[in-house]
Design a protein around this ligand. Structure first.
Ligand SMILES: CC(C)(COP(=O)(O)OP(=O)(O)OC[C@H]1O[C@@H](n2cnc3c(N)ncnc32)[C@H](O)[C@@H]1OP(=O)(O)O)[C@@H](O)C(=O)NCCC(=O)NCCS
Length: 173
């Protein structure tokens, strides 16, 4: 059996724009996320990621490979108005050279623990495209409940069929 990856999360930092470019500015990495973002959009996103921890409305983290200290991806959660309530939404992204080693699942579990420790919102949702097999597998593995399929327009003009997965952060166990 392959050795399981070890990762740690660090708050998203000022120097992390090159990592963000490789995640959200890359056609293959954004296949299920509406395509690569422009440099302008990436800079806006970088600013949001840097600031969110100070706003009390979520967290964004850099995933770091414990073995080498190299940046491997991103994971985080942020507030979203959903079905008449405020929930947390989560999302993750792991660079190609680190994929297939359990890193995204492990990093997302750590982000879940962070959101749970806040005791702020009961529900954490994830909305992977129905075609994103690894992300749907991660949701299932980490104990999310599949509620339904729904349509999203993101970015504007791009329609996606997504699964609505929900985790109860207040549930015992
Ligand atoms: C989705 C993504 C983060 C997965 O990263 P990863 O580190 O390879 O993921 P993990 O190794 O933690 O877990 C992937 C799981 O999916 C499973 N999986 C992978 N490909 C699969 C497939 N085609 N069908 C079913 N399951 C699959 C793996 O077996 C693994 O489950 P396991 O740990 O129970 O064996 C990575 O592919 C990525 O960054 N993609 C681009 C960005 C993106 O789409 N983000 C998601 C937005 S919701």
């Amino acid at each position: 059996m392959a050795e399981r990856a070890r990762v740690r999360l660090e708050p998203w930092g000022e120097g992390d724009l090159p990592l963000l470019r490789r995640l959200m500015g890359d056609p293959a990495m954004t296949e299920h996320l509406g395509g690569p973002e422009s440099e302008e959009k990436l800079t806006e996103r970088q600013g949001r990621y840097e600031r969110i921890g100070g706003t009390g409305t979520g967290r964004m983290f850099k995933i770091v490979d414990e073995a080498t200290g190299e940046p491997a991806g991103s994971v985080g959660y942020w507030e979203k108005d959903w079905r008449d309530t405020t929930v947390y939404e989560t999302g993750w992204s792991v660079l190609p050279e680190f994929q297939g080693r359990g890193m995204a699942g492990e990093a997302t579990q750590q982000a879940i623990d962070s959101a749970r420790d806040e005791r702020k919102h009961r529900y954490l949702h994830a909305f992977p495209s129905v075609e994103n097999a690894p992300s749907n597998a991660i949701c299932r593995k980490l104990g999310f409940e599949l509620l339904e399929e729904c349509d999203f327009e993101f970015p504007p003009g791009h329609h996606m069929r997504c699964n609505d997965w929900r985790l109860d952060l207040f549930a015992a166990g």
